[in-house]
Design a protein around this ligand. Structure first.
Ligand code: ADE
Length: 314
């Protein structure tokens, strides 16, 4: 997958998230110095900011490998037990969407995280026993878009808890330039800035838009991507100058046209846009709030004057 090829593989190539990098570099050095595994790490924040990438880099820097999974595929006890017993010493286990673990999976995870052992049930009914199997020491990296949905016993078992932030425009520009270089796509800095500015603070989106602009440029035989070409292409792909797509704009226009800007309940916004509440809360709202287009109030969501203006109202 292309996205895989664009992922930085070491800290030295990872742009942005400076605080997180600093914390992890210290944790890695210390763990290596002691010859131990690093503490379990919980990463949270909106999608596309590099949580999986961070787990892969951690593995590379620790000189180990990373097993990647997501909570919904660990539904049955044997899924998680099988995974845990298969871990090699020092390996990283990445669990995405960790807030969605079943109660059973969570309870299997507690002793695994704390003492590197897993309790399995043997037999049924009267003769049922539990046995404790030792595991190889490992580091769990959990990722979630909603840290508030984690149970506190699970959250408490992570030694490092860190939030990923939206990227600054300059950081996204560097990411676009780096990705264009890897894709052997000619682009100038202004072209990269234009793509960065429409990427909602998110590298995954920046890379996706770069690919769309690259297609457009190639098909129209335009040569090197500059600001004008990027601008034209992104207009064709319905990405507006602030990076808002159809759903973002629908969220804002529903609130403005039907509710005079709010307050509006989240369920109302969800049904009007055809998205589910969770998607609105985790994908759309964070960026609209980040750029000051939307506010959360006790009575519901409200749009700001900046959003009215952006949508072409006074
Ligand atoms: N590609 C995607 N995310 C990146 C990042 N944070 N740094 C460099 N390249 C990236």
């Amino acid at each position: 997958k292309l996205e895989e090829g664009l992922r930085p593989q070491r800290f030295a190539d990872y742009i942005g998230q400076k605080d997180l990098k600093t914390v992890l570099e210290i944790a890695i050095k210390a763990a290596k110095g002691r010859g131990e595994t690093m503490d379990h790490l919980l990463l949270y924040g909106p999608p596309g900011l590099g949580k999986t990438t961070m787990a892969l880099i951690l593995a590379a820097e620790m000189g180990t490998t990373c097993k990647i999974t997501a909570a919904p595929s660990l539904e049955r006890p044997r899924d998680i037990v099988g995974l845990l017993v298969s871990l090699k010493p020092g390996e990283i286990l990445f669990i995405d969407e960790i807030h969605r673990l079943t109660r059973m999976a969570e309870e299997l995870l507690y002793p695994a995280m704390e003492d590197f052992r897993v309790e399995i049930a043997i037999g049924k009914g009267q003769s049922a026993r539990t046995r404790s199997l030792p595991l190889s020491p490992f580091t769990l990296v959990g990722a979630t878009t909603r840290v508030g949905s984690l149970t506190s016993p699970l959250r408490d078992r992570f030694g490092l808890i860190h939030r990923l932030h939206f990227y600054e425009p300059e950081e996204l520009t560097e990411i676009v330039l780096r990705s264009a270089d890897l894709l052997k796509t000619p682009i100038d800095r202004e072209g990269a800035e234009e793509i960065a500015g429409r990427s909602r603070g998110t590298p995954r989106i920046a890379n996706r838009l770069l690919k769309r602009v690259r297609d457009y440029t190639q098909v129209k035989n335009l040569g090197k991507i500059d600001r004008k070409i990027a601008d034209e292409a992104l207009e064709v792909f319905n990405v507006d100058p602030r990076g808002l797509d159809w759903t973002d704009r629908k969220v804002l226009s529903v609130m403005i046209d039907n509710f005079k800007g709010g307050p509006v309940g989240i369920e109302t916004i969800a049904s009007a846009t055809g998205e589910d509440v969770q998607t609105i809360e985790e994908v759309y709202e964070p960026y609209l709030m980040q750029i000051g287009f939307m506010l959360r109030t006790p009575r519901g969501r409200m749009v700001t004057p900046a959003a009215w203006q952006h949508m072409g109202y006074k």
